[in-house]
Design a binder for this molecule. Structure first.
Ligand code: NAD
Ligand code: UDP
Length: 346
């Protein structure tokens, strides 16, 4: 078997951390990314950390001729599929863009893999497939409900598509990884999240308030049925998350078929708890005020990650303090993400 992994979306937030981990584990890496939500500079930073660079192909997963060329030129063993659009609000306004990019793009990728006899596939799914979850914590046995927005529905459709492919052809080895809330940054402070425009997610938003780019945080609702009224999520360090991908790849190479795992810590924190921890860890003040609930938000979402522990021997080992400290290190080194002039202070 070859030793090369194709990482779609490898210049993005989670993808770039996965590229680093793969290179550090002796894999060859080919990145395919259209740079629609990332900068090539992320891969320079990967090289600064580990002294190795992936092959980079700028292009789109919907371009079947380009995919054909990539699979012809490289002896690809497996695909980590991160490429996709992920902004929930945008997916409500422009669903066609999401179905085309995420669903049609993934189908094009799978067809090309099939043509080239590559069947190991690790997919970035999301806890959003549980919709309004019927129980807490959420295990893989928890009923999958209709996701509350088009972005989530693209993830569920892709999961169904992969299940059908796996049922029809036993050569497919597939990991469906349902992420809870990835945050944090590589501990070097050189790799992190680079949101374009005003961030949608909590941690990037708080970091930009802390650095002074944004004035105050709006907390979406203090009337949720939770102890302090604010939303509860299971935040997971991005480096723990990508370690889960490497374990999943090892697992599917040994155990055929399709496997589903939650990747979370098993602990939920409210928005207020996150603000308090951020202030404590960084010493920064986070001004905030309450506003109405965000449409489609569930009150709480946290995982039971036991299946990944039992089957893959994977656990998320980094604490909330680690996540916040690493986020802040990256944010203060690179206030404008990869577009910043580097001014490392840590
Ligand atoms: P990201 O936007 O930072 O990375 C996605 C990358 O894919 C970007 O570099 C973008 O340029 C690229 N891309 C998008 N469409 C493409 C296309 N058609 N062809 C080629 N490249 C394309 O996002 P991320 O946070 O790193 O997320 C990675 C994956 O994980 C996504 O599929 C996302 O839906 C999923 N996910 C993310 C979260 C999260 O909170 N970050 C949670 C659950 C699931
Ligand atoms: N949140 C908030 N203000 C923001 C962004 C998020 O209060 O500006 C809340 C949101 O309502 C949720 C939690 O923070 O309860 C996590 O939101 P995020 O968008 O990061 O993750 P998701 O809701 O997609 O799980």
């Amino acid at each position: 078997m070859s030793n090369t992994v194709l990482v779609t979306g490898g210049a993005g937030y989670i993808g770039s951390h996965a590229v680093l981990a793969l290179l550090q584990n002796g894999k060859n890496v080919v990145v395919l990314d259209n740079l629609s939500n990332s900068l090539r500079a992320a891969l320079d930073h990967v090289e600064n950390i580990c002294g190795k660079r992936p092959v980079f192909v700028e292009g789109d997963i919907r371009d079947s001729a380009l995919l054909d060329q990539v699979f012809s030129e490289h002896a690809i063993e497996a695909v980590f599929h991160f490429a996709g659009l992920k902004a929930v609000g945008e997916s409500v306004r422009e669903p066609e863009k999401y179905y085309d990019n995420n669903v049609a793009g993934t189908l094009t990728l799978l067809k090309t893999m099939n043509q080239h006899g590559v069947f190991n596939f690790v997919f970035s799914s999301s806890a959003t497939v549980y919709g309004c979850p019927s129980e807490m914590p959420i295990s893989e046995e928890t009923k999958v409900e209709r996701p509350t927005n088009p972005y989530g529905r693209t993830k569920l459709i892709i999961e169904d598509m992969l299940r059908d492919f796996s049922d029809a052809d036993e050569r497919w080895n597939i990991a469906l990884l349902r992420y809870f809330n990835p945050i944090g940054a590589h501990e070097s402070g050189l790799l992190g999240e680079h949101p374009q425009g005003i961030p949608n997610n909590l941690l990037p938003y708080i970091s930009q308030v802390a650095i002074g780019t944004l004035k105050e945080l709006k907390v979406f609702g203090n009337d949720h049925p939770t102890p302090d009224g604010t939303g509860i999520r299971d935040y997971i360090h991005v480096v723990d998350l990508v370690e889960g991908h490497l374990k999943a790849l090892d697992f599917i190479c040994e155990h055929k078929g399709l496997h589903t795992w939650n990747l979370g810590t098993g602990t939920g924190y409210s928005v207020i708890e996150i603000i308090d921890s951020f202030e404590q860890v960084t010493g920064q003040n986070i001004p905030y005020s309450f506003t109405e609930r965000r449409a489609g938000d569930v009150a709480e979402s946290w995982s039971n990650p036991a299946k990944a522990k039992v089957e893959m021997n994977w656990v998320a080992s980094r604490t909330l303090e680690d996540m916040i400290r690493d986020t802040w290190r990256w944010q203060s080194n690179y206030p404008a993400g990869y577009a910043s002039t580097p001014t490392p202070t840590h």
